[in-house]
Design a protein around this ligand. Structure first.
Ligand SMILES: Nc1ncnc2c1ncn2[C@@H]1O[C@H](COP(=O)(O)OP(=O)(O)OP(=O)(O)O)[C@@H](O)[C@H]1O
Length: 222
């Protein structure tokens, strides 16, 4: 379902090139729960950004459900991301001027596959499942960090993606919230055959995955 063939990323900087990812080959079958682990700076986020269609590889091919995503024109890639991939990334925070429920419904409205009524109904249902039924009308600044993370997860799921990418989804959260979020990922993975890839520093979380990829210095450790 997801494959990387010889995928690499080099950043050109004023002080020369930085090779962040060096020709990685990996495959994650549909419905698998995979974890990517590695030290800070090893290239995990760069790899996830290429897999998610957010940052163009310097070399290699990324296929998601058979599609060579980086061969798609920009608008087709944007549509593919919107429909097929859910993101739980640190930088993808909630829009502060919108209520929680508006934030969650937004990708469905942008994707134009659900009408507004259906988008809001689905957003409310997802938020309720994630324990936010009482906070639908709150603004992001009015809810806790753990609740914000759950709202981001609801937003990632609104278009029923086949691939969920989560970069350090539970960092800064207490152990109980962390476990609740992991349980939610496992349920989605099991009940909806959603492929899940998480990046984590936390080996306790990685142990729960079907498959663990270790990255060091931009390459996979065999
Ligand atoms: N936009 C960029 N421009 C230049 N160098 C970058 C850029 N983004 C990342 N790098 C460098 O690429 C390497 C890999 O970074 P990356 O963020 O992928 O690692 P990581 O494993 O996700 O780290 P962390 O666990 O700290 O988030 C690092 O040396 C980093 O400094």
């Amino acid at each position: 379902m997801l494959s990387c063939s010889n995928v690499g990323k080099t950043y050109a900087t004023e002080r020369g090139d930085i090779v962040a990812v060096r020709g990685i080959d990996l495959e994650v079958p549909s419905g698998q729960f995979a974890a990517i682990v590695g030290r800070s700076g090893s290239g995990k986020s760069s790899l996830m950004a290429m897999i998610g269609g957010l940052s163009r590889p310097s070399q290699g091919v990324v296929r998601v459900e058979g599609a060579d995503i980086w061969a798609l024109p920009d608008d087709a890639l944007a549509q593919f991301r919107n429909r097929k991939i859910g993101f739980v990334f640190q930088f993808a925070s909630l829009l502060p001027a919108l209520r929680v429920i508006d934030n969650v419904a937004l990708p469905a409205l942008l994707g134009r596959r659900l009408d507004a009524g259906a988008a809001y109904t689905r957003a409310a249902r997802l938020l309720a499942r994630l324990g936010l039924a009482e906070r639908l009308d709150a603004y992001p600044a009015e809810i806790s960090a753990g609740q914000q993370r759950r709202a981001v997860i609801a937003r990632a799921l609104i278009n029923a993606p086949s691939l969920l990418l989560a970069d350090e989804p539970t960092s800064d959260l207490d152990e109980r919230t962390e476990m609740e979020i992991m349980d939610e990922f496992r349920t989605l993975n099991r009940d909806h055959a959603m492929t899940v890839i998480i990046v984590t520093h936390n080996l306790r979380l990685a142990e729960q995955a079907d498959r663990v990829f270790h990255i060091a210095n931009g390459g996979l450790v065999k």
